[in-house]
Design a protein. Structure first.
Ligand code: NAD
Ligand code: TDX
Length: 338
């Protein structure tokens, strides 16, 4: 039995990752440590909540005592750290929680792993730590300089560097992944693609920051989760693996594509004030993980978007409850029942 600690498992990528691991590894046992911030939603895991191979613990990764106790109780073989404050716009409004969770929380986990011993510590990071590209620049490789521009990406970069220090100084078997923008089921409605689909469904204006020419490199969350699973099992300690699907689009093109797929008018597009420090372009060079771990993205972008639009239509109660904040009642009820 392999014991895996997943942090942030009630969030977007974390919940997809837990579902993936339970399906792919019948002999793995997961502990999901999640603080249930505004972004954590146990309804994302409703279909696996009775699974005896998955235990939920509500708690903060920056809470040293709790994390130490958990490591003592469970004797983890593997850690996958997905817990984070993840939204760039929120980090611009208030950077402090980003330092607390993304930097301090990661260090607390690293230290507990160092004290107790661990086979692999996976730090789930982001392409945003590399900063911004100009239109003609080559994509980010693992050797690209770390040049974060937002408080969010600076906090993720700090966590990555702390992971590196724990590998170099203490020999802790840490691997870091840096993935591009994810889309897929259970993403928080504050993010761009959910905003487009939900506003289009309601015939509401779709806010496009600045001139809409910022470029993001999109990957389906399932392809990301398969890559994380491979890196957790086969990634080499001390290495960084970029994850991306060679799928760059301007924000404006994304909105136009989704509106076309939904049969909604382009008149919904509304240009709004730009995000301060808005990174112009991200692009990931994924050849290292493709060669080293035989990983390839499998989800075609147009089919992925079509399926996602259908998912939103079929999961109206899920997103209505998220948008109204009602899902918190579910969390409290579920938590009280323990
Ligand atoms: P999310 O905001 O949907 O989920 C984050 C989860 O972490 C939530 O369940 C939240 O409750 C939990 N959490 C927050 N602070 C915590 C704390 N102190 N202790 C315990 N749990 C806490 O985020 P996401 O989009 O699923 O991102 C997951 C990870 O992947 C993050 O580390 C993010 O930086 C990284 N990442 C995201 C993307 C993307 O496009 N979404 C791309 C690359 C990397
Ligand atoms: O309403 C919007 N209008 C808009 O034009 C929103 C919410 C966003 N945007 C733009 C900003 C970005 O150029 O769309 C692009 C994508 O925005 P987000 O969904 O906020 O993602 P981004 O800032 O690129 O960061 C995401 O990818 C990397 C995740 O939120 C991070 O957690 C991840 O590390």
């Amino acid at each position: 039995m392999v014991k895996l600690l997943v942090t942030g498992g009630a969030g977007f990528i974390g919940s997809n990752f837990i579902r993936h691991i339970l399906k792919e590894h019948p002999d793995w046992y997961i502990v999901n440590l999640d603080k249930l911030t505004y972004a954590g939603n146990l309804e994302n895991l409703k279909d696996v909540e009775d699974n005896p191979r998955c235990r939920f613990v509500r708690g903060d990764i920056a809470d040293r005592e709790l994390v130490d106790r958990l490591f003592r109780e469970e004797k983890f073989d593997l850690v996958a750290n997905l817990a984070a404050e993840s939204h760039v716009d929120r980090s611009i409004l208030d950077p402090a929680p980003f330092i607390e969770t993304n930097v301090k929380g990661t260090q607390v986990l690293l230290e507990a792993a160092r004290q107790r011993g661990i086979a692999k510590f996976l730090q789930v990071s982001t392409d945003e730590v590399y900063g911004s590209l100009q239109p003609d620049d080559p994509p980010f490789t693992e050797e690209s300089p770390i040049r974060p521009n937002s408080p969010y990406s600076a906090s993720k970069a700090a966590a990555d560097l702390m992971c590196r220090a724990y590998f170099v100084t203490y020999g802790l078997p840490v691997v870091i992944t840096r993935c591009s923008n994810n889309y897929g089921p259970y993403q928080h409605p504050e993010k761009f693609i959910p905003t487009i689909i939900l506003n289009a469904l309601a015939d509401k204006p779709i806010p496009v920051y600045g001139d809409g020419q910022n470029v993001r490199d999109w990957i389906h969350v399932e392809d990301h989760c398969r890559a994380l699973d491979l890196v957790l099992q086969k990634g080499q300690a001390g290495e960084v693996y970029n994850i991306g699907a060679n799928n760059e689009h301007t924000n404006l093109d994304i909105v136009k594509t989704i509106l076309r797929l939904m049969n909604k008018p382009a008149s919904l597009i509304t240009f709004v004030k730009d995000r301060p420090g808005h990174d112009r372009r991200y692009a990931i060079e994924p050849s290292k993980i493709e060669a080293a771990l035989s990983w390839q993205p499998q989800v075609d972008f147009t089919s992925g978007l079509k399926d996602l639009i259908t998912w939103y239509i079929e999961h109206r109660p899920w997103w209505e409850r998220v948008k109204s904040g009602e899902y918190r009642e579910y969390a409290e009820k579920w938590y009280r029942s323990l």
